[in-house]
Design a protein around this ligand. Structure first.
Ligand code: NAD
Ligand code: DAU
Length: 329
């Protein structure tokens, strides 16, 4: 297959591209704007063609889509805290960008997979979301992702474009930008910096190893029915404070590094994703949280060059703005 992977220089996108090239022999064109979260280094070891462009740039998108069998769209602004501080780019990329991609896919008759998130369903106190659960997003991030999903669905209903939507739960693993919970805590712990836990730390996330999400997306691309939505959830749920305590133990620290800080506004209490539909297609997440977290910690321990270049400059400024405190280390 020849794939156009938008947002392929980010965390999940780059892991997906590696998987497709290595295990499936796919030819891949990556189109990415290279925001602060997109990095060519993430793809240094993978054969691909790179197009530096915004998904909202209709001309470049149309050109990049020539001759491809399918488009997989990962391109997004992805950090909830940034969507609260500065929502602009979330609205533009998720609404206008998705629209531009859909128009080009329609023109070229190319199958389209939208990568989405469990956050579009909002928070659930008990039980798990199914694909039929209502969309009740809480943050500008999840609201604009939900808007993109609805636009994708409309292109199937109205124009008959072959679309599928894949909603993943919280991913973790190699190459994740250290604004997200797990890499932030791992790197802070390496440096003996404080570990900022929002609110009471009892919010629950449904952890999915990034390669399992990549496998799920590939499976849905090959076997999913047009017009359908597929949830891809992780095998384990864990309260944030337990995740942080595991990281403290893995890095040989003690709990005195943990600091409870002001909660995130509109913070969703619990996510839980039911994945029966994708399981019925023959796809099951394989990596348990304990094993995946251990592998992730080891990856960050070894790949210091990767994160040292991030954990400086803009990142330190972002950290100070978000947490009101400077990083030491
Ligand atoms: P990321 O922030 O690591 O990567 C996003 C990538 O998109 C970057 O390479 C960035 O440069 C690129 N990008 C951003 N705006 C762009 C634009 N306008 N044009 C072209 N490229 C642009 O994000 P991630 O965690 O890898 O998430 C990828 C996708 O998966 C997103 O759609 C996200 O909503 C979804 N998702 C993420 C998770 C998670 O836990 N991280 C879970 C479920 C779904
Ligand atoms: O559920 C899927 C979503 O997971 C994706 O769609 C998003 O793109 C991705 O960013 C992620 O969103 P979360 O908000 O769940 O992830 P984050 O890593 O920001 O936070 C995870 C939990 O940890 C959340 O309850 C907030 C908490 N947290 C986070 C940070 C960064 C803290 O307590 N302290 C922190 O410093």
């Amino acid at each position: 297959m020849k794939l156009l992977v938008c947002g392929g220089a980010g965390f999940i996108g780059s892991n997906f591209v590696r998987l497709r090239v290595r295990d499936h022999g796919d030819e891949v064109v990556v189109l990415d704007k290279l925001t602060y979260a997109g990095r060519l280094e993430n793809l240094a070891d993978v054969d691909h063609t790179f197009v530096h462009a915004d998904i909202a740039d209709a001309e470049k998108v149309r050109e990049a889509m020539a001759g491809v069998d399918a488009v997989v769209n990962f391109a997004a602004e992805t950090h909830v805290d940034r969507s609260i501080a500065e929502p602009d780019a979330f609205v533009t990329t998720h609404a206008v960008g998705t629209y531009v991609l859909l128009e080009a896919a329609r023109e070229r008759g190319v199958r389209y997979l939208q990568v989405s998130t469990d956050e579009v369903y909002g928070s659930i106190a008990s039980g798990s979301f199914t694909e039929a659960s209502p969309l009740q997003p809480s943050s500008p991030y999840s609201a604009t992702k939900a808007g993109a999903d609805l636009l994708v669905a409309s292109y199937y209903e109205t124009f008959g474009l072959e679309t599928v939507i894949c909603r993943g739960s919280n991913n973790y693993g190699p190459y994740q930008y250290p604004e997200k919970l797990i890499p932030l805590m791992v790197l802070n712990a390496f440096h003996g910096d404080k570990l900022p836990v929002y609110g009471d730390g009892m919010q629950v996330r449904n952890w999915l190893y990034v390669e399992d999400f990549g496998r799920g997306i590939g499976h849905v691309l090959a076997h999913g029915a047009p017009g359908e939505v597929y949830n891809v959830g992780g095998p384990d749920e864990c309260p944030n404070i337990d995740v942080v305590k595991r990281i403290v133990a893995l890095t040989g620290n003690d709990d005195t590094l943990i600091e409870y800080v002001t909660d995130r506004p509109g913070h969703d209490r619990r996510y839980s994703l039911g994945s029966e539909k994708v399981r019925a297609l023959g796809c099951v997440a394989q990596v348990r949280f304990e094993e995946g977290l251990d592998a992730t910690g080891k990856w960050y321990r070894v790949n210091t060059d990767w994160w040292e270049s991030i954990r400086s400059g803009d990142y330190l400024e972002y950290y100070k703005r978000q947490y009101g405190t400077a990083l030491g280390g």
